[in-house]
Design a protein around this ligand. Sequence first.
Ligand SMILES: [Zn+2]
Length: 413
Amino acid sequence: VSAGAAEQAVADLRELAELTGGPDGARRLAWTEDWLRAREWLRGKLAELGTTVETDEAGNIWATLPGERPEVLVVGAHVDAVPNGGWLDGTLGIVGALALLRTHGGDGSRPPVTLRLVDWADEEGARFGRSLFGSSAVAGTLDPAAVSDLKDRDGERLADVLARFDVDVERAGEAGTRLDDVAAYLELHIEQGPVLERMGIAAGAVIGTFGVERHAVTFTGRANHAGSTPMDLRHDAFLAAARFGLACREGVADGAVATIGRVNVEPGIPTIINGTCTVTLDQRAFSADDLARMLAGAQDASRVIASEEQVEVGWERIWQIEPIAFHPELVDLAEAAAREATGDAHRLPSGPLHDAAEMARRVPTVMMFSSSTGGVSHAANEDTPEEDILAALRAYLLLGERAMGWVAERGSS
Ligand SMILES: [Zn+2]
């Protein structure tokens, strides 16, 4: 690993934060002008490395550095961010991938295998509630019919907004041909949780990602006057949803999580009982059995509570993904690289979702995590000590070298 590559990557991070961040956090929401500005910055960096840059049918950016062999190692992450997000989520993996290309591009020498950087489109799903848009299109798991009519908070349709960014949702799946020559995928990311920090470890090998069940649950009662309606004659949609939220918390399996994220009430007026309340439920677990039990439990609880509160309940699945394990040999390489570069290592599952989960369906995949200060993410104060960022970058660059060797060996056998 060349000296200074990790330091250069940290300088890149600060430059991007300067350009698309600020006191209120990151301004890189997918499908906005701010996002395009961040991607222009990335294109500028890629141009310096002499890569061929293309955008696919799903809006993902690909930059290829030809190697001695035709097999392709893809390295990537996402520049998009949640509103008021942090400076490291997604971007750490982007600058890490840039650093790997930089250590092999520019001086006329070729990497042992072909290196390709990817910037996934709309990893966060923050605007329409559909995460991993670009990577699921590539992996073949995106159903255009299921996402086209998703609306943002202003009522704009996903398909209409994406069309303005030259993405035809109906054709997004054609981006899948990008994987035809891909041998493996690597992604560096902040942990977004407290595990590594608590253990005093800078970089960890990720064994896979949690499965997720995400639903919109709507309780429908009857809006009525807050003064004239006796307590026993109410059909209060909000109170039913509130009880449902508590029931979901009680049903969480060991090591799993559940969150009521969005809460919409109508009419939302101080003097009126709420007639409608829609909440989103997001459940995650590394065991498929635990996840299924949690979902069934929440559905049962919603029906019992609805009947007791004399309201109706309806479920609508927004999204789901099963637990996905990464490639065991690559997990071993990641753990060894973390240990060599930082002196210590740890294996852990990922609670947050990542594009790597979609890639793992199609190609051998692994992720590396850096520590996260206080486990804080998706917030303006998201941070990691610089020494941990540098250590994780060095571990990732070492993993990149090892993974290229792994890919070359498999390609020649
Ligand atoms: Zn991310």
